[in-house]
Design a protein around this ligand. Structure first.
Ligand SMILES: *Cc1c(COP(=O)(O)O)cnc(C)c1O
Length: 352
């Protein structure tokens, strides 16, 4: 069987809308969403609120804006948000939480997770005038930079209960909550239940060209709506994009297990290379983050050499590489990509 190159494993955002998704977009009834008159966006928001077990929901153009709107809605300038180490909000949004919300980020735990005890230790004491107020705790599920790991749900429940007892708001960055649901066997609503506010993305595993969404109480969503407008994210006939999101939820959610199986095959092949350090326990969903051992090429060199051979992966650090599986790569392509990466790495080791 011949395998098509290039094979793009840089991200699950590289997917292109399928012909059926484009048809759904073209056929979508639309109106001016800033008047609340876009029927497709309204349908998406209602369906997603129900799916996430929250009373209200709001469409947003991107996951980055969802995180910014969440910070602006739940915290005030000068406050602190506690996240896992290397959360997207702190590492992949060019300081937007500080620039847009005036909020600083404190990291807890390791490997994409933290415990209720580690959260408690990160809360600044109240009462003394020197400390910033800890007003939000954020959990990223799945956690991108930690390799797509699923946050343990019993710990999320403990963390959110502690937050509530301390008057701290809880936010779930669920850009890949769909993957967490498939991997854990828990519904999105169950995963979102402990949290005051939850985000999901339609432009990653579900394959839509754009779009994220926040869900929470009507009061919080009304404030989020004002902050979306403040950031310039309120749009007009956005039903064209909402239709893509609805199509992705309906047709591409159940197949995410295929992406997880493909990531597993890729990871198991990479882990056999002497040049690679890869903890297979982190490969729980569609992301493979691996490290290049001393003597192997660095991440920039591997990325460039792989690209020349039609395999696209991303440098995540000087010696750290990420590969992500998605709708537009097959099992055979993942096998072929793993073989080429290993040949590049082990060939380099032999040539030394
Ligand atoms: C991708 C991602 C975002 C941001 O989404 P964009 O649509 O790229 O802005 C936020 N959080 C997590 C965990 C992500 O992986």
């Amino acid at each position: 069987m011949t395998v098509a190159f290039p094979i793009d494993l840089r991200s699950d955002t590289v997917t292109r809308p399928t012909p059926a998704m484009r048809e759904a977009m073209a056929a979508a009834p639309v109106g001016d969403d800033q008047y609340g008159e876009d029927p497709t966006t309204n349908r998406l928001q209602e369906q997603m609120a129900a799916l996430l077990g929250k009373p209200a929901a709001l469409w947003l153009p991107s996951g980055t804006m969802a995180n910014q709107v969440a910070a602006m809605t739940l915290a005030r300038p000068g406050d602190e948000i506690v996240t896992a180490r290397e959360a997207h909000a702190g590492w992949h949004e060019i300081g937007a939480t500080a620039a847009n919300a005036g909020v600083q980020i404190v990291e807890a735990g390791s490997g994409g997770v933290f415990s209720a005890e580690q959260f408690e230790a990160a809360i600044k004491p109240a009462g003394l005038p020197v400390f910033p107020a800890t007003t939000v705790v954020e959990i990223e599920n799945t956690h991108n930079r930690a390799g797509g790991v699923v946050f343990p749900q019993d710990e999320a429940v403990r963390i959110c209960a502690l937050a509530r007892a301390r008057g701290i708001a809880s936010f779930l960055d669920g850009a890949r909550l769909w993957n967490a649901a498939v991997a854990s066997g828990r519904s999105e609503a169950e995963l979102a239940a402990p949290f005051d506010l939850v985000s999901v993305a339609f432009s990653k595993g579900l394959g839509a060209p754009a779009g994220s969404l926040l869900a929470g109480t009507p009061e919080v969503i009304a404030r989020a709506n004002r902050n979306r407008r403040r950031l310039g994210g309120a749009m007009r006939q956005v039903g064209i994009l909402a239709a893509a999101a609805l199509h992705g939820v309906e047709h591409h959610r159940a197949r995410l297990g295929e992406d997880h199986a493909n990531a597993r095959r890729l990871a198991e092949r990479l882990a056999r290379s002497a040049a690679v350090a890869l903890d297979l326990a982190t490969v729980q969903t569609n992301i493979v983050v691996f490290h290049l051992r001393p003597g192997a090429p660095d991440a920039a060199a591997l990325v460039a050499r792989a690209r020349a051979q039609g395999v696209l992966v991303a440098a995540f650090g000087p010696r750290t590489v990420r590969a992500v599986t998605h709708l537009d790569v097959s099992a055979a392509q993942c096998d072929a990509a793993a073989e080429r990466l290993c040949r590049l790495l082990d060939g380099a080791a032999e040539a030394r």
